[in-house]
Design a protein around this ligand. Sequence first.
Ligand SMILES: O=C(CO)COP(=O)(O)O
Length: 247
Amino acid sequence: MGRRKLVVGNWKMNGLRAQLGEVEAIGRAAGEHPAVEVGLCVPATLIEPARAVAGAAFIGAQDCHGARSGAHTGCLSAEMVREAGAGWVIVGHSERRTDQHESSADVAAKALAAREAGLKVILCLGESLDTRDGGKALDFVLEQLARSLPEGAGADWLSIAYEPIWAIGTGRIPTMEQIEEMHGAIRGALREALGADAADGVRILYGGSVNAGNAADIFALPDVDGGLVGGASLKAESFAPIIAAAA
Ligand SMILES: O=C(CO)COP(=O)(O)O
């Protein structure tokens, strides 16, 4: 279907200038696999210096505000992270939905603000362990998608990341069948919302304990168009094999 694989590292609240050498090495690894689109979403303080050394990898931010400007102490607008050098932004990560109490309506607003500023967006979805164990994961994630999906969503600027909360940083991943089922359901919902042509171009990433050992199997599943990688993206040594697995 011609969707280019997308592998993005999310550095979360990790990374000082001392780690720019890792950014540079990851940029080199990206350059070795031009078939894969590779990026790193770094802390806002690193966007500008990371951009200068990232080579073939794009640099993204991890959040932006839903408003263009105003009285929001400590927050960053989409235009600000764009000006710093970000080409992409993550919105709706489960850590922010939990820690900062972001609702799906907030997330949709952030996505729209990002698009207006010329950023590409990775919109995160994912269920808790209770929801999964209760057999409600599909319903929950599709509802979250419906509420978080911004107006005018299109494959040219929007990607989705399915990240089950219980798989993040735990070393535990869903079964291949569970991943395939969820990604297929997300694709189906996108077709209904956007029409088949637009929906079939949207990349759907898997995130949660992706590593060099499981990446190739996960990325080979239908409707898995790459990954959003936390811990294993912090070092080129562990991230490069994941990029290679997508190639
Ligand atoms: O939350 C994640 C990426 O956004 C996944 O994190 P881990 O790869 O560390 O499980």
